[in-house]
Design a protein around this ligand. Structure first.
Ligand SMILES: C[S@@+](CC[C@H](N)C(=O)[O-])C[C@H]1O[C@@H](n2cnc3c(N)ncnc32)[C@H](O)[C@@H]1O
Length: 493
C-alpha cells in the first residue's frame, strides 16, 4: 500500500497548476526514488543532523527516517532542518514529520525562509556553532536559472559560490554548511556534468568533496513521470572533505530500479586527468568505449590545427540584414535545415528562415570566406538517433560567392576562420557521425545540445587518418552507418 506521503505527493502533483510547479520548481520525488536515495547513505553513529533544503512535503526526509526507524543507519538521534519557501506545503510537511515522533530522539525544524538567503546569512555572520554543521543532507532542489545580477547570484558570490542555477546553488550551500565527513545525496539535472557555465560549480565540488556514487536514469522521462519532467536526472552522493577514490556508478532504466546495474570505476574514468574543463563522464558499462581505448584517437583539435566555433550569425540581432532569397549584394546564410540528410541544399524556397544575409560593414565581421567546413548541429531533433549530426558545407552548393554566413544553431570546424581542405572536412564529418563518437559523447553530455566546447574537448584521429577517412568517403557515393562504424573500428585498432 502507498504511504500517506506518497498519496499526498500523487494528489499534489496532479492538482498543482503547472505555473506553480514551475515558479517554485515543485517536482516532488516519487517514493521509490526517495527510498533509493536514502539507501545510498552509509551507516553512521551518534547524532544525525539532516538538511532537507527545498523540502516540499518531506518525501526525502521521510524515506531517510523510514530507513532509520527500520533499524538501519544506527544513529542515536536525528534532527531535521527542513527549508520550504512555499507555505502552502507546510501542513503536509508537518504531517509527514509528525509520523516519526521517536521518544525525544527525533526533532524537526521547519523554516519558511528562502534557503539561499538564509544560508548565506548563516555562513557570513560567523555565529555558526559546531553543533549547527550538518552531518547529512538529502536534496531534490528546485531547478531554475539564476540571472547574472539577481539577488541570489550576488548573495551566493558573498560566500564564494559562482553558479547559474538554483539546483547547483542548493548543493554548493549544502556542502558549505556540512561538517567534514558530511554525506550529501541529491537528485539533480545532469547539465552540471559538462559545459562551461557549470565549471565553477564542478571545481567547487571537486575541491571540497569526494564523489562516492552516481546513479543515472537511462530513460529521460521516467524519474518524474507524474510531472512530465524531461530532464535527464542524476543522483549523486558526495562526502564532504573526503579523499577521492573510485566512484560507484549505477544505472537503471527507470524508477522501478528493476534492472539496476552497479560498477566501480577509477576516478580517471569519471573525470579525465588531461581535461581542463573537468567534465564528469558517467560510464554506463565497464568496457572502455572505442574512443577511450584507442591509441589512434588521441589528438586534440589544437594538435590538428583545427578550430571549432559556434556559428556567429545570431539572426534576431541582424534582422535588418537578412534576406529570404539570394540576390545581388548578399551571401548565403546557413541553418541546420540546409544540411538535412547530410547533403547541402541551398537555397530552400518557402523556408520560414532567411536564406541569405547582406554583405556590408555591419555583417562582414560575422562572415567566413567560402570553402569547405564541417558543420555540426547544436540541437538534434527527437527523431534523430544521433546527438551529433555532422555534414560538410561545400562551396559548390552556393555558386560563386565570396563569403558564407553560419547561423548560431550550427557549430563549424575551420582553420583560423578559413575553410578546411575538402578531404579533411569530409573525414571529420565521417568520424563525428560514427556510433562510437555518439556513445562517447552521451557519457558526458546529458542533454540534446552540442556545444563547441564539447567538440573542442573530444579526442580525434590524426590529421592523416581524418584525410584518409575523407578520401574514402569521396570514393563512395553513399555510405551507411554500418560502413562508417566499421571504418572507425579499423582505424581505432
Ligand atoms: C524539486 S522540489 C522537491 C521537493 C522535495 N525535496 C521532494 O523531493 O519531493 C523543490 C522544492 O523547493 C522549494 N523551493 C524553491 N525555491 C526555494 C527556496 N529559495 N528556498 C526554499 N525552498 C525553495 C519548492 O517550493 C519545492 O517544494
Amino acid at each position: 500500500m502507498l504511504s500517506i506521503v506518497e498519496q499526498n505527493r500523487q494528489q499534489l502533483s496532479k492538482n498543482t497548476e503547472i505555473s506553480r510547479k514551475s515558479r517554485f520548481g515543485q517536482y516532488l520525488t516519487p517514493e521509490r526514488v526517495a527510498s533509493f536515495m536514502a539507501g545510498l547513505f552509509p551507516n553512521g553513529k551518534g547524532h544525525c543532523f539532516l538538511l532537507d533544503a527545498g523540502a516540499g512535503i518531506g518525501s526525502l526526509s521521510a524515506s531517510f527516517m523510514e530507513r532509520w526507524r527500520s533499524g538501519d543507519l544506527n544513529f542515536e538521534s536525528v534532527e531535521v532542518d527542513a527549508f520550504e519557501i512555499d507555505q502552502a506545503l507546510h501542513p503536509y510537511l508537518l504531517n509527514t514529520f509528525e509520523r516519526f515522533d521517536h521518544n525525544g530522539k527525533f526533532a524537526t525544524h521547519i523554516y519558511r525562509d528562502d534557503f539561499i538567503t538564509a544560508s548565506v546569512e548563516t555562513l557570513t555572520n560567523g555565529h555558526i556553532s559546531n553543533s549547527k554543521w550538518y552531518t547529512h543532507a538529502i536534496l531534490n532542489p528546485p531547478y531554475k536559472k539564476i540571472n547574472s545580477n539577481s539577488a541570489h547570484r550576488l548573495a551566493l558570490r558573498r560566500v564564494g559560490i559562482e553558479t547559474v542555477n538554483l539546483y547547483s546553488a542548493f548543493v554548493a550551500l549544502a556542502v558549505a554548511l556540512s561538517k567534514k565527513g558530511g554525506q550529501i545525496v541529491a537528485i539533480i539535472p545532469r547539465s552540471f556534468c559538462n559545459g562551461p557555465y557549470y565549471r565553477p560549480f564542478r571545481e567547487f565540488i571537486f575541491n571540497r568533496t569526494a564523489i562516492q556514487n552516481l546513479h543515472l536514469f537511462e530513460s529521460r522521462k521516467k524519474a518524474f513521470k507524474d510531472d512530465q519532467v524531461l530532464q535527464e536526472n542524476i543522483i549523486i552522493r558526495l562526502e564532504v572533505g573526503g579523499k577521492q577514490g573510485p566512484v560507484t556508478v549505477s544505472t537503471s532504466t527507470d524508477d522501478t530500479f528493476s534492472d539496476l546495474s552497479t560498477h566501480e570505476y577509477p576516478f580517471e574514468r569519471i573525470v579525465s586527468l588531461d581535461d581542463q574543463e573537468r567534465f564528469i563522464h558517467v560510464p554506463t558499462s565497464p568496457e572502455k568505449n572505442t574512443i577511450e581505448s584507442s591509441q589512434a584517437i588521441h589528438y586534440s583539435l589544437n594538435d590538428l590545427g583545427i578550430n571549432v566555433s559556434t556559428g556567429p550569425v545570431v539572426d534576431f540581432r541582424l534582422k535588418a540584414h537578412l534576406r529570404d532569397m539570394p540576390g545581388p549584394g548578399n551571401v548565403p546564410l546557413l541553418y541546420p535545415i540546409h544540411f538535412s540528410n547530410k547533403t547541402t541544399a541551398w537555397p530552400i524556397k518557402g523556408m520560414k528562415k532567411p536564406n541569405a544575409i547582406e554583405r556590408n560593414a555591419d555583417t562582414e565581421k560575422w562572415l567566413y570566406p567560402s570553402g569547405f567546413y564541417c558543420v555540426v548541429r547544436r540541437f538534434s531533433s527527437k527523431e534523430e538517433k544521433h546527438r551529433i549530426v555532422a555534414s560538410v558545407a561545400e562551396p559548390r552548393a552556393f555558386g560563386d560567392v565570396p563569403l558564407l554566413g553560419f547561423e548560431n544553431h550550427l557549430n563549424l570546424f575551420h582553420e583560423n576562420k578559413r575553410g578546411l581542405p575538402e578531404r579533411l572536412a569530409r573525414g571529420l564529418a565521417v568520424f563525428l557521425n560514427t556510433t562510437a563518437v555518439d556513445e562517447h559523447f552521451r557519457r558526458f553530455n546529458g542533454h540534446t545540445q552540442v556545444n563547441a566546447t564539447d567538440l573542442k574537448l573530444m579526442k580525434y584521429p590524426s590529421r592523416e587518418s581524418l584525410i584518409q577517412l575523407g578520401e574514402w568517403a569521396m570514393q563512395h557515393k553513399e555510405i551507411n552507418q554500418a560502413e562508417i562504424d566499421a571504418k572507425l573500428e579499423n582505424l581505432a585498432r
